[in-house]
Unconditional design. Structure first.
Length: 279
């Protein structure tokens, strides 16, 4: 009997050590992936902040679902909060990147008009880029600053612009780069080309703005329709705890939650597909 107890104790001790090692390895891997992702996203946004601090904030925030798990009977709400905390940084980075891209698209026509005016005044494309960078506000001026610095280091203008296009991944920027490259290679009037392109992009941005305003109500309805069942689930769990308890403690309840989650995702993506209109 004593031998069996000792063997069980040793096995439990080894299992605890193994689980601890796996937890440490998983923690280190997640920290490395998170900091690498966050640092890259921050650098793309020209935000110079330590990604390790963001990881520390996320770890501290994950203590909230743990406390909720100890204070509440069910695990569903703490699990949802934990998933939200883990996914939130990527969502925030995506939203910031989309807003920055929109600002760049809106600033492009003015920058192209400035380039065209500088070229008509007799300046070279390099000097025109310097002037446009100085007169254009962020974030487009930040991207143009990289182009100007690469050019000063000996990189060709076309190559620097191509690098910027690969970095931004915007259709409007690809159109600008293609037009400038073709005009320089073919020997056409680059200033006139830039002016026409500026008017085209401005008209396109105006149309996209109207579409966004017309579809804003549909997007809001999609968010409300997706959040309302979850909100009702939380409210009913507190108001009718005994009646909702099987939802979180039985196999049928888990299956119901899975179906609800799947239908929520399907409904959200269907509404998003309807209101997303490409120009």
């Amino acid at each position: 009997m004593n031998t069996m107890m000792i063997a069980i104790g040793i096995a439990a001790f080894v299992a605890i050590i193994g689980v601890t090692q796996l937890a440490i390895v998983g923690y280190d891997n997640y920290k490395r992936r998170f900091t690498s992702m966050a640092q890259g996203k921050l650098e793309e946004q020209f935000v110079f902040y330590d990604a390790n601090k963001l990881f520390t904030f996320q770890v501290i925030a994950l203590a909230l679902p743990v406390l909720m798990w100890f204070m509440m009977d069910g695990w569903f709400v703490p699990a949802v909060f934990a998933v939200v905390i883990v996914v939130a940084p990527r969502v925030i980075f995506a939203v910031l990147a989309r807003r920055r891209s929109l600002k760049i698209v809106l600033q492009l026509p003015d920058m192209l008009l400035m380039l065209g005016s500088s070229l008509r005044a007799g300046t070279s494309l390099q000097i025109a880029l310097d002037v446009a960078m100085a007169e254009t506000p962020a974030p487009l001026s930040q991207e143009m600053g990289i182009v100007v610095r690469e050019q000063r280091l000996g990189v060709a203008v076309e190559d620097a612009l191509e690098t910027m296009g690969m970095r931004l991944k915007l259709d409007e920027m690809d159109l600008v780069i293609a037009a400038m490259t073709i005009a320089r290679d073919a020997g056409g009037n680059l200033a006139e080309t830039l002016d026409q392109l500026a008017h085209t992009l401005r008209a396109k941005a105006t149309m996209e703005g109207k579409i966004r305003s017309l579809t804003a109500q549909g997007k809001l309805q999609g968010w409300i329709a997706a959040a309302l069942p979850l909100l009702l689930l939380v409210v009913m769990s507190h108001m009718q705890h005994d009646a909702m308890a099987p939802m979180f403690n039985t196999l049928g309840g888990y299956a119901t939650l899975a179906v609800i989650g799947l239908m929520e995702l399907c409904g959200y993506f269907f509404i998003r597909k309807i209101v997303n209109i490409d120009v």
